[in-house]
Design a protein around this ligand. Sequence first.
Ligand SMILES: [Ca+2]
Ligand SMILES: [Ca+2]
Length: 384
Amino acid sequence: MKHYLSTITITATIGFGLAVAPALADRMLFDMEGPNPVTNTWIVGNAEGVINTATSTDQKHTGNQSLRWRYILPATPGGNWPVIEMAIPGDKSVWTGGTGLVVWMYFDLTAPKTFWTIQPYLAHPYPTIDGLGNWNAGTEGMPNNTWTQHTWDFGALDVSNVSHLRFDYAAGDGWEALAKSGNVDIYLDDIAIAGLPEPPTTTTWVIFDMEAGNPVTGTRIAGAGAGTIQTSITTAQKHSGTQSLLWRYILPSPVGGNWPIIEMAIPSEKRNWTGGTGLSTWLYFDLSGVKTYWTIQPYLSAPTRIALGNWNAGPSGVAPGGWVNHVWTFDGFPLDLSNVTQLDFDYHSGDGWVDVAKDGNVDIYLDDIGVQGISSSVSGWLLY
Ligand SMILES: [Ca+2]
Ligand SMILES: [Ca+2]
């Protein structure tokens, strides 16, 4: 859990005591714990020197890594502006309501830099570019070899659709005098948007809306191991958007004793389910009749694999067709939800499913699999 600048504003209300405004918090954009988020680099001006970027364990503000932005200086640094650019993930592109860009920086220099001119730029969408702040207004000293936070206010800038984030600085603007071994090394971590309201706690943070690729990363059949599992993203049925996931089990003969299982690896940025109250899943059963007793059961790897719910406590009947929502609550399970790496679903194929299969197949569509109780009011971000 990482909390940044959580603030609560308390407003006096005449005659009625205190009214508490919504809590505000920084919402994480890049914590640098995954792959290098830099998608492009270049050098403006004389275009001399070399830029290297990498996520690194050498320095970190939180977690294990930060982003190292290295500029290998040319013989004459002046007139060169090294630029790094990060594409903003689509589900984090809406910054509406945010007040500024928060960046933690660590300068690996030989001495403090008294005048620094690092400037971020936002593209929304590319290639429309806005600079944040004033190039010449970077007058405050930045110490070396310690993590320091800086916020660039958005002001009246439209931040409703930000596609790229850039940083640049003038390489010759005093930086060369402080470089170690001819390199300027700047580490960046915990790039976040300040001032967004904390998300409501009663809605669902959708992990898989099935609008992108097939999230199934593994299939297997426990027990006798017979039959065939097929999964695909399809437009045939959908709860939201245009697509859902079709989980087809082509029944073997005999059917009994087989437990078809699908596994979905959770993307690294969606593994912290702390505060969640249950797993919400939308299901559509393409069956020939009513399945009165269904025993689909999810498992979470957190990271030890554990069943949710009770195998024999399957929800009551579902009619064929039509989307139904089911929530498996986390109550009563010894779950550490801070690092959920995988979600599995399975069912016992012989447990009445054969009676309602069409053409020898059990077809189950899944959509909008999410965590109930943690959600973003803006764009589905996980709030730390
Ligand atoms: Ca980090
Ligand atoms: Ca969908």
